[in-house]
Unconditional design. Structure first.
Length: 88
């Protein structure tokens, strides 16, 4: 029994301090998680907007009226065949 009493180590426990430290660490973890989630959502939204813009026909509207201007001179079938042959 005396050996146990001599080898016993009593340490002072600061429960309030440990709880405050643990709570602060938990808040930091949550904050990092939320920031990461917001950043991820922002990049996904930007990617979605870019894909939506690429899929839209807004970029092609200015080409609609000018793409065939000046291609044919006479509008004959022979000229169309020549253009087709050049294309292939």
């Amino acid at each position: 029994i005396k050996f146990i009493e001599r080898s016993r180590i009593e340490r002072k426990v600061d429960l309030a301090g440990e709880k405050a430290q643990r709570d602060e660490e938990e808040r930091m973890r949550r904050r990092k998680f939320i920031e990461e989630q917001k950043r991820k959502e922002k990049t996904e939204k930007a990617e979605h907007e870019r894909e939506k813009e690429l899929k839209s026909y807004a970029d092609l509207q200015h080409l609609e009226k000018t793409s065939n201007v000046g291609v044919t001179k006479t509008g004959s079938i022979e000229e169309c065949r020549e253009i087709e042959e050049d294309f292939m």
